[in-house]
Ligand binder design. Structure first.
Ligand code: HEM
Length: 329
């Protein structure tokens, strides 16, 4: 396995076997990644809205192509599920109840609505979680003592079981600290989603927000999450990866502690927080529990590259290439 995203892709592929279409997954993953890149690209029309209709950079055109591609895949999921109606009742997945609702009240939820819902969940939910795990692995490869510490904790708690379970996460304070420290330094979504006030002018305390103003949920500027995580007024040695800073401290990522809000905060906080939180911990714990890791081609820990690529999710510029070594217990 060369990179975490390939592992995610493999997991998705396994769960998609029923669709019997080996090309779908790779294509699907690439389109999702491309969508995130497009969404994060600076756009002239954001600064000169009157030029928007010209689509000078071809952003809208490319986004539409990607969206149509994803919608074709979603339609295939929907059609296949519908054709399996008889066995659907027994299935515990997300699409089945949506199809049931749409069958009962098509006026409230039609295929188009389901596809937009899936688009939101998949584009917001996959890349964010997988890139957090990738960053955590990159930081632990750069800090082998921390990797050993995390592995010892996990292997002590999961001594008799052969798989990490959701409940185990709560007994792994060091792993939780590793994830918090990763989200502090590398928030996968460094931006808060900008929104437009559509109604008339709105007054919030002493501020007037004129109609059609672009605002974000915390009324703050771009890259705010990234900047908060590196603020020297808040964090000691902010650029240093040091999970220990969270041990014994009651800072969580649920929007209560404003120095660490990788999921946003307030009314518009990420609705996928509980799922994302579990996925990241489970995947990272499973990788650390099942394998020891070393960097490919004998690269020394201190030389592990951690530069960032620009996009709506904060990716590593170079995917990590780590070699798994089966653990001996
Ligand atoms: C490590 C994982 C994740 C992180 C760090 C994360 C972070 C964020 C952030 C910062 C926002 C913007 C909040 C704002 O603008 O105020 C957001 C929005 C959102 N996230 Fe997540 N997210 C993660 C995983 C997920 C997952 C797994 C899902 C769903 C399956 C998801 C679904 C969404 C959706 C639908 C929105 C838009 C909500 C809206 O429009 O109000 N996210 N996320």
């Amino acid at each position: 396995m060369r990179k975490v995203q390939e592992l995610m892709s493999f997991v998705v592929r396994c769960s998609e076997r029923t669709f019997d279409d080996s090309e779908t997954t790779d294509d699907f993953q690439n389109v999702v990644l491309r969508m995130m890149e497009i969404a994060g690209k600076p756009n002239t029309a954001d600064f000169f809205p009157f030029l928007g209709f010209l689509d000078l950079q071809g952003t809208r055109k490319e986004a539409r192509l990607c969206m149509n591609k994803l919608f074709r895949v979603f339609q295939r999921f929907i059609d296949t599920k519908r054709s399996l109606k008889a066995s659907r009742n027994k299935e515990n997945d997300m699409l089945s109840p949506l199809l049931d609702i749409s069958q009962e009240k098509e006026s409230e939820l039609d295929d188009d609505g389901i596809k937009h819902l899936l688009l939101g969940l998949i584009s917001a939910g996959t890349d964010t979680s997988s890139s957090t795990v990738e960053w955590a692995m990159a930081e632990l490869l750069r800090n082998p003592k921390m990797m050993v510490k995390a592995q010892e904790e996990i292997r002590q708690v999961i001594r008799r079981n052969d798989a990490v379970r959701e409940l185990d996460i709560f007994e792994l304070p060091y792993l939780q600290a590793v994830v918090k420290e990763t989200l502090r330094l590398h928030p996968p979504s460094p931006f808060l989603i900008p929104r437009t006030s559509e109604s008339d002018d709105v007054r919030i305390f002493e501020f007037i927000i004129p109609k059609n103003t672009q605002v974000s949920s915390l009324h703050v500027s771009f890259s705010i999450l990234w900047a908060i995580g590196r603020d020297p007024n808040v964090w000691e040695n902010p650029t240093q990866f040091k999970p220990e800073r969270f041990l014994g401290r009651e800072i969580d990522v649920k929007g209560n502690d404003f120095e660490l809000i990788p999921f946003g905060a307030g009314r518009r906080i990420c609705p996928g927080l509980p799922l994302g939180f579990r996925i990241v911990h489970l995947l990272l714990a499973s990788l650390l529990y099942g394998f020891d890791w070393k960097y490919q081609n004998g690269i020394l820990p201190e030389n592990v590259d951690i530069s960032e690529a620009f996009g709506v999710t904060l990716h590593k510029a170079e995917p990590i290439c780590a070699v798994p070594i089966k653990k001996h217990v």
